[in-house]
Design a protein around this ligand. Structure first.
Ligand code: GH3
Ligand code: MG
Ligand code: MG
Ligand code: MG
Ligand code: MG
Length: 292
């Protein structure tokens, strides 16, 4: 696990760090709550082990801040305390801690508590994947890609950059279902999504917007860059026929592109609508093409 330790006592911090590294974990150890808060905002940690009493930002405050921040990955928090008693335990739980370890710690007990943490973290990861991925194709599902779009539109506005949006719709897909059956249609969707992913650059995102419709978010891209991406997707799709059980099937896609910028001041809904209108024009103009 990737673990963050916040502990102002040097000896305890070193012992914890060494023990956890020996167990095979990747450890970042800092000496106060402020540094821990900064580290947590910079990177994703599955587990935070934090001392309770530290100068400035203490363990409780750190818990509260982390829990108040929307983040995709759940950080499991273990509070270190030499205090005991009902009051502090309840206070820690209410602040968002998942577990407690009293100092000086017992190594076997620490290992057991970490196994519990790993179980919860793995479960959370599994649920997160199920909630954000499209089951058939493995790309982001509609809710996740729309969430991402809202965030990116906001970011483009703040940073005065462009954002490109592309809607891609497979051509005459109904015929594939009608001729070869629904399972063959599913296989074509899977292969289509795989090819689309190959056409992306690392900072582009792809989601399944509807049945045979896909949505691409190209952050920072102006119209010509967005059109270039759309054209690459189009050509990746039509380059080779898709193999299904009964043979080779030529599959094409039509794409509509739209770009928003600070100056234009477009919101997510307007961008989608513009891309959708462009897609409609691409279909009308004969399919297997890109319009903006
Ligand atoms: P156009 O070129 O105008 O887009 O024609 P089209 O046939 O692709 O469009 P239409 O909207 O008429 O049909 C889309 C079809 O996609 C209808 C629907 O049954 C099918 N479909 C939607 N989701 C799935 C899926 O998950 N699996 C399969 N196999 N088919 C799906
Ligand atoms: Mg302390
Ligand atoms: Mg469609
Ligand atoms: Mg279609
Ligand atoms: Mg249609």
């Amino acid at each position: 696990m990737k673990i963050l330790i916040a502990e102002d006592d040097t000896t305890t911090r070193l012992i914890f760090g060494a023990t956890l590294r020996k167990m095979g974990h990747t450890v970042t150890a800092v000496e106060d709550g402020q540094k821990a808060w900064e580290a947590w905002q910079q990177e994703e940690y599955s587990l935070l082990i934090s001392d309770w009493i530290m100068p400035d930002i203490d363990g409780l405050e750190l818990c509260k801040r982390i829990r108040a921040q929307p983040s995709l990955q759940y950080t499991y928090i273990i509070l270190l305390t030499s205090m005991d008693g009902k009051g502090s335990y309840l206070e820690g739980m209410d602040a968002g801690a998942d577990d407690f370890i009293t100092k000086p710690f017992d190594e076997e007990q620490l290992a057991a508590r970490l196994r519990v943490a790993e179980r919860i973290i793995a479960l959370h990861r599994k649920l997160r994947i199920q909630a954000t991925r499209d089951h058939l194709t493995g790309v982001w599902n509609r809710a996740a890609i729309m969430d991402y779009l809202l965030g990116e539109v906001e970011r483009a506005r703040r940073q005065s950059t462009h954002i490109g949006v592309i809607i891609a719709d497979l051509d005459h897909f109904k015929r594939i279902n009608d001729t070869f059956g629904h399972p063959a249609g599913d296989a074509v969707l899977q292969e289509a999504a795989r090819r689309m992913q190959l056409a992306l650059r690392p900072y582009d995102r792809l989601g399944r917007y509807g049945g045979e419709e896909f949505l691409f978010i190209a952050s920072g891209c102006d119209l010509s860059q967005t059109m270039a991406l759309a054209e690459r997707i189009r050509s990746f799709m039509s380059a080779d026929p898709i193999t299904i059980h009964s043979g080779e099937l030529p599959v094409t896609v039509s794409l509509g592109a739209a770009v928003g910028s600070d100056q234009v001041g477009e919101d997510a809904a307007a961008l989608i609508a513009a891309a959708d209108e462009a897609l409609y024009r691409a279909k009308k103009a004969g399919r297997n093409r890109v319009e903006s």
